[in-house]
Design a protein around this ligand. Structure first.
Ligand code: ZN
Length: 299
């Protein structure tokens, strides 16, 4: 069986109410990145946060965090563009990555592209209503083509996030146009509990994603379950040759009453993958699977 790429999604916008181990500040993310790497993660994904957990998309946050991660391991760095917390034009959304690309020690390896637009309002299950009613995650075709061009320019790898089949179909058109090169690394985003913009985190939800993988193109796929327990699907993903993106950013993982750390979540998924015959891919093996280019650092 092929090796499995494990990505640690350490914080997203998760609070510490569900799990107190969610890292917010650079030194906390740096420590988690190393601990997850030591357990077998090849990629780390994180969001800038303030000490009280609010989104912090200041480029300085990413420069400090990336440099700290780089100093401790060669884990591949996948930052965010800020999601809906950075709702500006295409250039503004990519500005922090441009800053990161100015030096090798702060340069990431991936930049994300969510290849479509969705309503991402927060459902309040206790109250039975939406807490927000106008949150749109907007990614126009022009914006995506701009991101793809900058990603190629910098020698980064696009991390293609598909929330539903229409996102995957846009990826297919970009592959036809040569806007994206192969293999395309596609993250199937499932969503549950408080957000419904992705497919449900069920076998049917996952099958609907994988059924529409662009035919005739070289693709590699991973799966996220945002606000759902990915362990309910992980055996299926591992057996079907998919990859896994998991962490406390998505779900407040526990073992009985005990809150797991990000590193413990990674250790648990690595153990399951090994038991099913798939070794975790090292960073070098991940680079090879994804045919990652040489980064172009600005002078
Ligand atoms: Zn994220």
């Amino acid at each position: 069986m092929n090796k499995i790429i494990i990505e640690a999604r350490v914080n997203e916008l998760a609070t510490r109410k569900g799990n107190p181990h969610v890292p917010f500040l650079p030194h906390e993310i740096i420590a988690d990145a190393k601990a997850c790497y030591d357990e077998g993660a090849a990629i780390v994904h994180f969001h800038g946060r303030t000490a009280d957990g609010a989104p912090d998309h200041d480029p300085g946050f990413y420069l400090e965090t990336n440099a700290g991660i780089r100093a401790q391991s060669d884990i591949l760095i996948h930052p965010t563009l800020g999601y809906v917390a950075n709702d500006t034009d295409a250039k503004g959304r990519f500005a922090a990555i441009e800053e990161m690309m100015k030096a090798p020690e702060t340069a990431p390896d991936f930049a994300p592209m969510d290849t479509g637009s969705v309503n991402v309002d927060w459902w309040n299950p206790e109250a039975g209503r939406y807490d927000t009613t106008d949150l749109i995650y907007k990614n126009s075709t022009a914006t995506l083509m701009y991101f793809a061009e900058r990603i190629r320019h910098h020698g980064l790898t696009p991390y293609l996030v598909s929330w539903n089949v229409s996102f995957t179909r846009q990826i297919e058109q970009f592959l036809k146009m040569g806007v994206l090169s192969q293999p395309a690394y596609i993250c199937f985003c499932m969503t549950d509990e408080i957000i419904f913009a992705g497919h449900p985190g069920t076998t049917a939800g996952l099958d609907a994603h994988t059924t529409f993988l662009p035919a005739g193109f070289d693709t590699v796929w991973t799966v996220v379950n945002y606000k759902g327990d990915l362990f309910e699907l992980s055996e299926k993903i591992i057996r079907e040759g998919g990859h896994i993106s998991i962490g406390l950013g998505d779900y407040a993982y526990r073992d009985g009453p005990r809150h797991l750390t990000n590193a413990e979540v990674i250790a648990k998924i690595v153990a399951q993958a090994r038991a099913l015959g798939r070794e975790p891919a090292t960073v070098a093996e991940t680079r090879e699977i994804l045919n990652m280019p040489e980064k172009q650092i600005a002078a």
